[in-house]
Design a protein around this ligand. Structure first.
Ligand SMILES: [Zn+2]
Length: 497
């Protein structure tokens, strides 16, 4: 059995985690936001539209990325990167939007997981210029090999010993994958945004760029032109304008993986709602949108707080409750569930998309796939979350209609059978296997037997164990297997029971 949950170590024991998932902990819903309930047929149409848009883009990019990997011979994390466990990242970055260049220092604090560790291999794209590297404030030597560099540790470190590699670098981050780091002009304003999924954080900052080693915390400090505002993960600590420059500091105090760290900066219009989750506690819900979009965005995003309440009742309290939930507009053709700060396409407000990205905060961000074989779990759950939202508005019949609507999203795909999942020979060096036709949207994929086995799925054979395989079976899942209540989170068809 393969443990899918890289965040297990930080979220406690299996029983505790399951309790978090299954026990509703939220106080009664806060005041209902004012928004228009849309007919389920419209919701399905919108969902199909946004899914097709994103599937097309993701699948094309993944195929491109895969061929690039083949060319470059990327094989996932190097075995040497498991000599250490990352604890913390501190990013200090200055973004020069005129010449599209970044200057930065990134500190990576880690613990040695074996004795006599004498070097530290870190991912960073080869085009970025490394000016110097220090280890625990002492200048050290380093060597580069493609998109990885090796920092020599002046003193060998034994198991449990900590060390911090400080990398000083600069460059123009290349775009790739779904986007990576982009400089654009939108509504006559400069927009800088990042989207690092699946492993393109390394295009703009040095890190151990794999989802199975979350940092326990991070600090993100960005300096940029004062006419803009930079949003990021976690809580804003300070925001200082000094002449033409502005420096904004964000702190993340929940575990976070590299692909979920993001920056979005432009001349945003901002407003804030609150999610009131107890009689005395509230969490900020922030919106950063382009000025011309702000009226429409206020209407479009009106359900956001109610969505947070609804998902918190189903899955357990929003997992980053001490920080925030936010949406920051960007120009990519879809949305990305950056932790506490979803990046979302400007001017498009389908409820399915808003709630999908929010659902990822539980499924993908709090609970993260160990490697990219299992991205279908993130996406399957987030798509199921859409159906749960429409059920909360219109009842079980709407959930059923919505789930059946997924069948037309990918008529050629195989539901319930992640056939592209391949065996991870050692659980460490697996490569992404997401095909163009299975961009992981089928919520029926969560119809597996892992609900009975503690969220693990066997990969002991190339075709894994989920037992319902036919589209006829998927109809049964949608039509007969859901109770309409949320006491049972995982869909199960008769074949899976
Ligand atoms: Zn998604």
């Amino acid at each position: 059995m393969l443990n899918l949950l890289s965040s297990w170590k930080t979220y406690g024991s299996l029983p505790l985690a399951l309790a978090i998932l299954f026990v509703a902990v939220l106080a009664p819903a806060a005041t209902t936001a004012s928004f228009q309930k849309i007919p389920i047929e419209q919701a399905i149409r919108e969902a199909n539209e946004s899914h097709q848009m994103e599937i097309g883009m993701k699948s094309r990019q993944l195929e491109k990325q895969r061929s690039l990997e083949k060319t470059l011979g990327i094989q996932g994390a190097l075995p040497t990167q498991y000599q250490y466990d990352v604890l913390y990242y501190r990013m200090q970055m200055r973004v020069d939007v005129d010449i599209e260049w970044v200057y930065a220092q990134v500190d990576q604090m880690a613990t040695a997981t074996q004795d006599n560790v004498t070097f530290c291999d870190i991912d960073l794209y080869a085009n970025m210029i490394i000016d110097s590297v220090r280890v625990d404030n002492v200048l050290t030597t380093f060597t580069r090999n493609g998109n990885v560099f090796r920092a020599d540790l002046p003193t060998p470190v034994n198991t449990g010993g900590q060390f911090t590699v400080q990398t000083f670098y600069q460059g123009h981050p290349v775009e790739g994958g779904f986007q990576a780091f982009a400089f654009e002009i939108v509504q006559s304003q400069t927009l800088v945004s990042t989207l690092s999924e699946p492993y393109l954080a390394r295009t703009w900052w040095p890190c151990k760029d794999y989802p199975d080693d979350k940092a326990d915390s991070a600090d993100i400090i960005v300096t940029y032109p004062s006419g803009m505002f930079c949003t990021s993960n976690g809580t804003m600590v300070s925001d200082v304008v000094n002449g033409s420059a502005r420096t904004t500091s964000w702190k993340v105090r929940y575990p976070i993986t590299t692909y979920l760290i993001s920056l979005t900066m432009s001349n945003f219009k901002h407003w804030r709602d609150w999610m009131k989750y107890t009689a005395t506690d509230s969490m900020p819900v922030d919106y950063w949108v382009f000025p011309n979009d702000s009226a429409a965005a206020r209407t479009g995003y009106a359900p956001t707080v109610l969505m947070l309440d609804t998902l918190s009742r189903i899955f357990g309290l929003y997992p980053f409750i001490d920080e925030k939930y936010a949406m920051s507009a960007f120009n990519w053709g879809g949305a990305m569930e950056h932790q506490t700060n979803t990046s979302i396409i400007r001017g498009y407000y389908a409820q399915s998309m808003i709630v999908h990205e929010m659902g990822h905060q539980w499924w993908g961000d709090m609970i993260t796939c160990r490697d990219w074989h299992h991205i279908w779990m993130n996406e399957g759950f987030a798509s199921y979350v859409e159906a749960l939202w429409f059920e909360s508005l219109g009842g079980f019949a709407d959930l059923r209609s919505y789930m059946n609507g997924f069948r037309s999203t990918q008529p050629s795909s195989t539901l319930c059978r992640p056939t592209t999942m391949t065996r991870a020979t050692n659980g460490r060096t697996s490569r992404p296997r997401i095909s163009a036709t299975s961009a992981s949207r089928s919520p029926a994929w969560i119809c597996t037997d892992f609900s009975r086995t503690g969220f693990t799925v066997s990969t002991t054979q190339d075709t894994p164990t989920p037992t319902c395989r036919s589209s006829a079976e998927s109809t049964r899942i949608a039509s007969t297997s859901m109770s309409g209540r949320h006491s049972r989170l995982i869909l199960q068809c008769s074949a899976c029971r």
